[in-house]
Design a protein around this ligand. Structure first.
Ligand SMILES: Cc1cc2nc3c(=O)[nH]c(=O)nc-3n(C[C@H](O)[C@H](O)[C@H](O)COP(=O)(O)OP(=O)(O)OC[C@H]3O[C@@H](n4cnc5c(N)ncnc54)[C@H](O)[C@@H]3O)c2cc1C
Length: 411
């Protein structure tokens, strides 16, 4: 592996540093950093975080650094994936983030660029790039998560009005309560096989008939929501791609989601766990020492996995990149181990919530492990991907692939 920048990338890195030095503060690594407040349970702090994410996104856009890899025709910089990695590496040193706006850009941007028409691209992409409009993803339903193509939200066409009418329920919709628009998949033909009868829409989240109910998680925050749709109307112009071809469009979004999740990695504050063990006088305990060594080894392996994939992208040798499912599962597992260790180290105090050390930072991370193991595809589903795509094992049997959806058995 070659970790050195090419001369072109080194010049780009200097340019990025110049921009960041001029517009952001270096991270201090403690509670003074606003960019770590994405998980805040205090609503005032969380609202301030969202405002600052939007401001940062505007700063990026005003200076030509927003959505680096988007083509210049859509307002991006036409940058290479390697340049994006360099930018992310440098940004990680600063107290600045676009937070959830980046995730929406990664899902919606490539989908509209590939499948949207010109009117949709010029209406939605510029405000998405600037962070002026926020988006959510209305895919999962109570009976359709891993097996998304079995979803049941129905869209029927009202010829007279030239509008689609939607009825159904979505769930786990992150940030729906703040979103201006959503990307949504619904069933437009129940009498063809499940993948064939779907259509992909843009939904104005302020449309009548939308009821958003936040789901409060164990940490006390409501990251995601249930969204009920009752006779919600969507103009025909807001179909993305062709009617009935929604699965192809959905796959573009899901691919972008996977590469976003596997590229993002996780914060890996092993040094913070070691400092905690020292503060608590636990470094003589042989069991703790074993666990610290394991967490440290995980962190090194994780860094190596990340570097290997980044180097593969930077050198154009994509065949050397590790499978996204492998990265996602390893990152979430090693982070869960570290969070559990930190709570053990806190002893009896570990049982508290926000009264524990650093406002319950580790308690939040510990509880969050369950969400991160599920979001963007569960561990089991990612293991299926590894089996089928990396190991060439036989595909999972599917009994309803060719049946009309209306005749399939559903939960
Ligand atoms: C933090 C977070 C954010 C999310 N944000 C969004 C969002 O913004 N928009 C959105 O649409 N969705 C979102 N989701 C939903 C997420 O995509 C689904 O939770 C996920 O796809 C799993 O679906 P499910 O919850 O219905 O579980 P199910 O699919 O019902 O799975 C239940 C269990 O069965 C296992 N299982 C299922 N199928 C298989 C199989 N073939 N082989 C082996 N085991 C299997 C699963 O691993 C799991 O353990 C989010 C979820 C989380 C946790």
């Amino acid at each position: 592996m070659d970790f050195e920048d090419s001369p072109e990338l080194a010049a780009f890195r200097d340019e990025v540093r110049g921009f960041l030095d001029a517009h952001a503060e270096l991270r201090r690594g403690d509670e003074r950093d606003w960019s770590r407040n994405g998980a805040a349970t205090d609503e005032a702090v969380a609202a301030d975080y969202r405002r600052r994410c939007r401001e940062w996104q505007r700063t990026l856009a005003d200076n030509g650094w927003a959505c680096l890899t988007w083509p210049t025709a859509f307002g991006g910089r036409g940058a290479s994936p390697a340049q994006q990695i360099v930018f992310n590496q440098e940004l990680a040193r600063y107290d600045a983030t676009s937070g959830f706006i980046t995730a929406a850009q990664a899902l919606v941007g490539p989908t509209l660029m590939r499948h949207g028409n010109q009117a949709q691209q010029s209406r939605y992409l510029p405000p998405l790039l600037r962070g002026d409009e926020w988006w959510c993803q209305l895919f999962s339903e109570p009976g359709a998560g891993s097996d998304l193509s079995s979803l049941a939200t129905r869209a029927t066409f009202d010829e007279a009005a030239g509008e689609w009418v939607l009825n159904g329920q979505k769930v786990w919709t992150s940030n729906a309560q703040y979103a201006d628009f959503g990307i949504l998949v619904a069933r437009t033909d129940p009498d063809v096989p499940k993948h064939a009868g779907l259509t992909y829409f843009v939904l104005d989240m302020r449309s009548p008939g939308i009821d958003i109910r936040p789901l409060v998680q164990a940490q006390g925050v409501a990251h995601f929501n249930e969204v009920f749709l009752s006779d919600v109307r969507i103009p025909a112009a807001d179909v993305v791609g062709e009617v009935g071809d929604g699965w192809a469009v959905t796959r573009t979004t899901l691919r972008s989601e996977s590469s976003m999740i596997s590229g993002a990695g996780q914060a890996t504050p092993f040094a913070a766990v070691l400092a905690l063990a020292r503060r608590r006088g636990r470094t003589d305990d042989p069991v703790v020492r074993q666990s610290l060594a394991r967490a440290y080894s995980n962190e090194l392996i994780q860094k190596w996995m990340g570097w290997r994939t980044q180097t593969a992208v930077m050198t154009g040798r994509h065949e050397l990149a590790l499978h996204g499912s492998l990265l996602k599962n390893f990152f979430t597992r090693s982070f869960a181990f570290k969070a559990g260790l930190a709570i053990d180290l806190e002893g009896a105090e570990g049982m508290l919530a926000e009264d524990a050390e650093a406002n319950g930072f580790w308690q939040y991370q510990f509880l969050n492990q369950f969400a991160s193991k599920i979001g963007g595809g569960t561990e089991e589903v990612h293991r299926n991907n590894i089996g089928e795509q990396a190991l060439g094992l036989p595909r999972e049997p599917s009994v309803d692939r060719d049946l009309p959806w209306s005749q399939t058995r559903r939960s």
